[in-house]
Every structure is written in structure tokens, then in C-alpha cells.
Design a protein around this ligand. Sequence first.
Ligand code: C2E
Ligand code: CA
Ligand code: CA
Length: 659
Amino acid sequence: MTPAVHIKNQTYIEPAIRTIAGGFIVACGVLIYLQPQWSWLWLSILFFVGFNLFQSGLTKFCMMEKLLKKLHFRSELDEIRNLSQANAEAEARAAFYDTLGLLNEVVIELSRNGTIAFLSDHWLKLLGSDHRSNAHFLGLPFLAFINKQDRSTLEKLLDTLLQGDRDTMSMRFRLMRDDQDEHWVEGKFALYRKLGQVEGIRGVLRDVTETHMQEKRISHMATHDALTSLPNRIYLDDRIHEEIELSRIRGSQFALLFIDLDNFKQINDLHGHKSGDRLLREVSDILRSNLRATDVLARWGGDEFVVLLPFSQNADIPRQIAGELMQKLRMNLERTYSDAFVTLSIGIAVYPEDADNGEALLVQADKALFYAKSQGRNNIQMFRDLQSSATGYEDVDMTSRFVAAVKQGVLQVYYQPVMDARDHSNIVGVEALARWHDDKYGWVSPANFIPLAENLGLINEVGRQVLEHALDHFSQCSGLCSDLKLAVNVSKRQLMSADFYPMLLAMVGRYGMKPRQIKLEITESIALQGIEQARGYLQKLSDAGFTLSLDDFGTGFSSLSHVHELPFDEIKIDISFVRRIKTPEGRVLVKTIVDMGHAMQLALVAEGVEDQETAGILLDMGVEMLQGYHFSQPMSKEDCAGFIEQLRAPLPAPRAAVS
Ligand code: C2E
Ligand code: CA
Ligand code: CA
């Protein structure tokens, strides 16, 4: 405790009482003196006590700080007090610095010119410095220890602070360290003033490297694909928006390339999912290494990728780069996946030509991709070209509507009767034919949408839906249809897919039907797959009890000898031959097919029979079953049920009443 503090804490009361009491006693002494009859002894005692009290009270009173000040006394007392105050401050400061040294943060003071005026102990650790003391750093510019990439931003922020625009500010920046490690620091800075004057900046620096890296990892996970480490849709969306802003400012353009692997499903089916994953990684590596650092390659999902490609004047550049990517991919993957040719289909849309916002641009690129796929894959299409050819644009539009229809499951199934050639009132089966009605395009022919489904890789799904509807309808008319055969068309791709056979068996069982009630119409292009493989697929189905019909016979590429090697039960003579049956050559052709079929002990069906004369000729040649508009067009399940009912009614009813 210092004297100054002691004095400050005293009150006026005690010295005042002493002074007044002393004064009173002295005054009594004087009175006694004036009365000589009082004894000298009393006088002396009173005077002595009174004087002492007065003197001690007065002295104490005089020592009071305020009074001294009032009397303008500058005494040693002031000096003592000042000295002790300075000592106390120094002690407190030293204790404060010791405490700062315990913190994991660095407390820093910068002078107005940015040099270091004070640093707490943790600085050496933060900087990874070998120096023993902070003293080495005092007077050095603080910015010299900041990573070059962050230096100018921090400098600007410190300047705004010094100019008094803000009182505090914080920023995350990297320190320059000898070990070259990325070391992140969060700095909080505030101005400090003395007597109203700006002295400099005080700050606290905290090591946030671990937090920063963690945040970076989390944000990387949120914006990147785990399998390929490529940016995902979220990241791509952001980059597209940024690129649109940049292009607006610079008046430049960029392209979006929508890329799809053509045969990915095949690789997955043939080699398993692990190989599929490896292929996706290989493809992303090849694509990435053939793009510039400024291009963005993102995984859109599944086997789809998107490239954001800024480019200058030459409008052909996106197509050229797309071509190069295709070529590089083929060269690199040819050896590894020799049994499944990996190719790309690419659709391209350009900003601002094809759309003025990111979402629309992606849609246009996707439409161009659809069109590229429908053109037989391994193909590049620019949205611009689709628009200039109306049919192309319509194709793309129709394609996307078709995809939506398949996804929504709105395809329908119609049925066309197959008649006994000898007795036209005897129906022997029906063929299920897919139908698609679109609000915009009306009825679209399966001759158009079936190849589309094949190219889009949707044929399995279309086939599954048709089969499901057909089995459902057929099982509902069991009494009426029990002796009829339900024919369904199976495309080559569908037949070859690994899940077709189990799916077919399961579904037939689910609807309580037997394989012998089902006829599978397969075109002869199946033989192109290689006879051995084709036989493998077909034999399993034949063994299970399904009837196998060789559809569109004569239009394919296989030779007759090939047909002999495959386990077909029936040949369906194609409509193109039936149409020519009234010409001598046509008649010879059909007769040859029929004879050959009989020689191979196959049943014969003719499709496209449009009149009685044709039906007669075919019967004469020995064709057993006939199908065509002469008997009926394909019809809805209700109409078909009516048709069958009418044929089988005990009393014949007029046709008009039914149709
Ligand atoms: P397809 O299997 O040869 O079917 C017979 C086609 O000939 C049907 O055409 C049918 O409507 C038509 N047709 C029948 N009789 C006559 C006739 O007397 N005159 C004429 N001009 N045409 C007749 P649609 O329904 O347009 O089917 C075309 C092709 O689409 C089918 O040819 C078949 O290859 C394919 N298809 C239809 N539905 C499916 C299906 O569910 N799956 C698969 N994979 N393909 C299907
Ligand atoms: Ca057919
Ligand atoms: Ca046919």
C-alpha cells in the first residue's frame, strides 16, 4: 500500500474534531489564565493537552491531499505518489504480459507505420521461429510475415482501420513460415489511442490452421463427387453463374459440353460395378488431363459429365475440343475395354447464343446430347444446329417428352390378333404392341420411339412396362384367353441384358401365367451378336417353355443356315415380303421362305395381311397363321376383349356392333 493511497482514503472528520477540541481546550486555558484564582497546575495541564490535540489535528488536516492542493502545495508527497503509481503500473504490466504469455493466442501491437511494437510470447511458436526472444521482431514490418497471396488484402484492411473508417476488423490469412506449410491465422485488430491520439493497432492472432483445413475438407465434400473427386453439380452451378457474370463484363462467351458414356451400362453388366467405377475414374482422368486449367470438368451424375469451356471468338472451338476428347478417350480405353467399345455422345450449348441463364443453358446442352444419342451415339451435336434444322429440334423435343413419358409410365399397350389361316374366325393369339400418345405430338409410331428408346438406353424399361401391362391384361381375361398365345416383342438389347431372364420369369409367375402361353418375338439381328452367344440367350428361354418367334424374317443380315442353328419355333414373314406377294418374284420369295421354314420344322406366320386375296395365297403356300389389317388393326385391351368375345360367342353377331 502506498502513502498516497493511504492519505487518499482518510476522512476530514477525525483531524477536524482533534483541531476543534484542542482549540477549545487552549481557549479554556486562556480563560483560566485570566482568572488568577485558578491554580497554575490546572492551567498547565489543560494547555498541554489542548495544544497537543490542536497541533496533531492541524497537522493531519494539513496533510490532506485536497487541502494541500488548494493551498498550491507541491510537495514530496506528489513525487512519492507518482513514483509509486509508475511502479504499480509496471508491476501490473509485467504481470499482464506474463499472463499473455500463457495464452495460445498472440497479442500484437503495431505502430502507425505498421512495424511491430509488441508481441506476446506465443508469436515464436505461431511463426515456427528458432529465435529465443520476441525482441528480434520488434521494429520489423508486420506484413513481411504474411503470405504474399494475402498480404495486400490485409494491408488494405489495416489502412482502413488506421484511417478511422472502422474500429475493429478481422481477417483470416496465411503466415509466411520457413517450413512452407500452409499456416492459417485469424487476426482481430482494433485501433488503440492514447489521450485521444491514434497510437497504432492492437491485435490478437489465433492459429486456425486445423479448423481451416477441416472447413476446406467439408466444403470440398459438399461440392465434389466422392468417386472421381471432380466438382459436382453444386460447384458447377456456382461456376456457371460466375462465368455468366464474367462473360457479361468482358462480352465473351463460353460453352457447356454435356457428355455421356455410350456403353457404360454394358461395362457394368459385363464386368461388374467395381469395373464400372474404375472406368468412371479413368474417364474423368482422361477428360481432365485433356482440358485446360481454366476449364471446369464436373460429374453430373451416373455416367454423365459436364465441361464448362470458356473460349474466344472462334465458334468452332467447342466442337473441336469435344472431338479431341472423344478421340483421346477412345485411344486410351481401347486396350482396356476391348470387348465393350467405350464412346462418348456430346451435346453442346453456348452462352449467350443458346440461353441467357445457367439453367436454360444446361437444358439446351442436354437436348443436344439427346439428339447426339439418337443419331446413333459416338456423336457430337451443337444446340445451334438443332435449332437451324427444324426436324432436329423437333426430335430433341420429342425425345425429352418421350423420356418423361417412360419415367411416368404412361406408355400403353395395344393388341393385334393372330388368326388361324384356315379358319379366319379362329383367333390363336395376340401380339402386344407398345403405344405412346403425347399431348403435343399425338400418337407417335413405335417405329419411331422404339429405336429412340434403344439409343437412349431405355428399351429395357419400355420392354418391362409393356410386358407388365400385357401380362396384367392377359391374366384378367383368363377364361377367354386361356388358349391364346400372347406375343411380345423383345429387342436385342433387352434380351442380352443380364436381368431380362429372371425379370421375365418372375413377372410371368407373378401374374399366374405359364411360359408356354407367351411368345417372344425376336428379330434376326440377335444372330449378329454371334451365333454361340445368341444360342445361349435363346436356349435358356426355350428350355423354360417360351415360344420363340423369328420376327421380320428376311430383312436381317443372318443367313438361313444361322436360323437353323438357333432354337426358334416359328418364323414371322416380314410385311415387306407379304406386300409383294401378288408379283411373281414376291410370290417366289415368300414360297422359298415358307418351304425353308417347313424344312426346318418351324411354324409360319405372315404379318401385314391386308386383304382376302393375300390371305388365300398364303394359305395355299402352307402358312399357318395370319396377322394384319384384313382381320383387325391393333386395338385397346377393351376392344380386343370385345373382338375375342364376338368371335367366340355362341351366336354370331354383326361385326359393326362390336367395333
Ligand atoms: P412388328 O413387330 O413387325 O409389328 C407389326 C407392325 O406392323 C405393327 O406396327 C403393326 O401395327 C403393323 N401392322 C400389322 N398389320 C398390318 C397391316 O396389315 N398393314 C400394315 N401396313 N401394318 C400392319 P407398329 O405397332 O407400328 O410397330 C412397329 C414396330 O415397332 C413393331 O414391328 C415392332 O418391331 C416394334 N414394337 C412395337 N411394340 C414393341 C414393343 O413393345 N417392344 C419392342 N421391342 N418393339 C416393339
Ligand atoms: Ca412383332
Ligand atoms: Ca414384323
